[in-house]
Structures are given as structure tokens and as C-alpha cells.
Design a protein around this ligand. Structure first.
Ligand code: MG
Ligand code: MG
Length: 297
């Protein structure tokens, strides 16, 4: 997530012209390094997911992800990230009305909460960035539908990651999927290019007009991240100066994958590598593929 440079007006047009030169197209070698960063990001998120249960603290969730980064010798794209003060953790853990940038701490999760976890691993200078929302025990029908719609918006965006498509196609796919379901996309935070930096050009708003904006080329890498609010689109920043929550206190959800546009179609860089990493059990990819939105115990 990154704060949009233009929160109002037709951001797509601005992004399509002024920022084009800032886009870094990645070579196959660079994509391979980003895939490795993405694979470790997925592992960290899966470890974080496993500790989500009633009574666990958000710090426990962060610690599980941090252990994976340590184990694989990966850096964190989050820790130390500049803001009002340097970001203090390797994940953001945002609960219920908290949309993004929740700081892990002593808060204990309760049954019925929904928890968004975002993480970024760094390998040889390249960043992977991904996020998911998970239910704690049984969640409300609205919470479940919000998660399903947000995940569907992510996959609608991924489908657009093809050379010749435009950033507006990505934005419109997310916005249409979300608004058709009666929910709202965030306005002040955007999807973003990614590579040697977590946030590169282009910025890709969660809303926009198909056919507008920058044209995608092979080797462009974007962290696609629908941030969805069950109520109105307005957000507020909490007293900790990081956490972004819905202004109306309603539920929010957030999913993210780092994806490359290639001649053979969208390539997921933050996919979980089940063959190498987990012989059995939960399949992170199934969840991300929309085949499963379930609650954990
Ligand atoms: Mg991101
Ligand atoms: Mg992220």
C-alpha cells in the first residue's frame, strides 16, 4: 500500500504520462530474484496465518513471519520503513475496521475478528509484497463475503497483467468487482510497481477507467492490492500515526500479490511453493486462488 500522489481527480491520466519514465522493466534474472523474495514472503504469511487464533496477539503473528525471514536470511521491506517514525515490525497486522498498516502488539485476537496480514521479504535487493485477510474462528456472513469479494477483486486485477493492457484496466477490474458487491475501494492508498524498492512507479489506484492509464509491458511488476471497505470509502489514521482504519468503523479487507506481466500472461511472484515447502495440509495457493475462504480455529 502506498499513499496516492493524487487522491482526487483522474489519477490514471496523470500516472499515464508523468510517471511513465520511472517504470523499471525487469529481466528474467531479476524476475527470478523477485520470485525468491516472493516465495519467502508467502512462507512468512503462511506462518503468520498458522498462529491466528483466539487469544493470540498480533505480535505473535508478526513473530511467526519474522522467524521465516530470519530462517531464510531475507530482509524486511517493512521494518524501518520511513513514516511518522520508522515502521517497527516485519508485518502489518490490521484487525476488523483496520484496513492497512496496523502495528503488531499486545492486542489479542477474538473469535469473529478478521485479520489482514501484509509482509514484504527482500532477497538480494529485490522485494516481494503480499497480504491476505483471514477469519478468527467463525466470522459473520458480511465478513466472509467481504473477504471473498476482496479476493475476487485481486484475481480480477491479476487477470489484467498482460502486455498491452493498461493500468486503468487493472483499476477498473478491482473497482467493478468491489462496487458490484455493494462495497467500496479505498481512495487514498494504491497498488504499486515493485522491484528494488517496495514502492515504484506506476501507482495503480483501486479505482479507474478501463482503457486509460499507462500501457503495460512485459517485465513490469506490480503489487496488486485491493483494499476494500464494507461501508463508506473514507479512512482515518489512528493515534499511532500508522494504522489506517475505516472512518465509519465498518469492516475492511485486504489481499495482495506481486505479479509480473509477461508474454505468456500474468506471473505470480508471491505464490506459495507447495512442492518445496509444505508436503501436506493447508494450501496457501488454494486460498489465494479463491478456492477457499475459510476460518481457522
Ligand atoms: Mg504493497
Ligand atoms: Mg503489502
Amino acid at each position: 500500500m502506498i499513499r496516492s500522489r493524487q487522491a482526487r481527480g483522474d489519477a490514471q491520466e496523470v500516472l499515464g504520462t508523468a510517471l511513465r519514465r520511472g517504470v523499471v522493466v525487469k529481466s528474467e534474472r531479476e524476475l527470478a530474484l523477485m520470485r525468491e523474495a516472493g516465495r519467502i514472503t508467502a512462507l512468512a504469511l503462511d506462518a503468520a496465518r498458522r498462529v491466528i487464533r483466539p487469544g493470540a496477539t498480533t505480535a505473535d503473528v508478526d513473530a511467526a513471519a519474522a522467524e521465516i525471514l530470519r530462517k531464510y536470511g531475507a530482509g524486511s521491506a517493512f521494518k524501518g520503513y520511513p513514516g511518522a517514525y520508522p515502521y517497527p515490525a516485519v508485518t502489518t497486522v490490521s484487525v476488523n475496521d483496520e484496513l492497512v498498516h496496523g502495528i503488531p502488539g499486545s492486542r489479542r485476537l477474538c473469535g469473529g475478528d478478521i485479520v489482514s496480514v501484509d509482509c514484504g521479504a527482500v532477497v538480494e535487493g529485490f522485494v516481494g509484497d503480499a497480504a491476505f485477510t483471514w477469519g478468527v474462528g467463525e466470522v459473520s456472513a458480511e465478513a466472509k463475503r467481504l473477504m471473498e469479494v476482496t479476493l475476487a477483486a485481486l484475481w480480477a486485477a491479476i487477470e489484467q497483467m498482460r502486455p498491452g493492457k493498461r493500468t486503468g484496466d487493472i483499476s477498473a477490474a478491482m473497482q467493478t468487482t468491489v462496487e458490484r458487491a455493494g462495497f467500496n475501494v479505498v481512495r487514498e492508498y494504491t497498488s504499486h510497481g515493485i522491484g528494488r524498492r517496495m514502492h515504484e512507479d506506476p501507482l495503480v489506484p483501486n479505482y479507474g477507467v478501463a482503457g486509460r492509464g499507462m500501457r503495460l509491458g512485459a517485465g513490469m511488476t506490480i503489487a496488486l492490492e485491493p483494499m476494500v471497505l464494507a461501508g463508506g470509502p473514507e479512512t482515518r489514521v489512528l493515534e499511532d500515526q500508522w494504522t489506517v482504519a475505516s472512518a465509519d468503523g465498518r469492516l475492511t479487507a485486504h489481499f495482495e500479490h506481486t505479479v509480473a506481466a509477461t508474454e505468456s500472461g500474468p506471473r505470480l511472484l508471491t505464490e506459495f511453493d507447495a512442492n518445496l515447502d509444505e508436503p501436506a495440509g493447508f494450501r496457501y495457493n488454494d486460498y489465494f486462488a479463491g478456492r477457499r475462504v475459510a476460518a481457522s480455529g
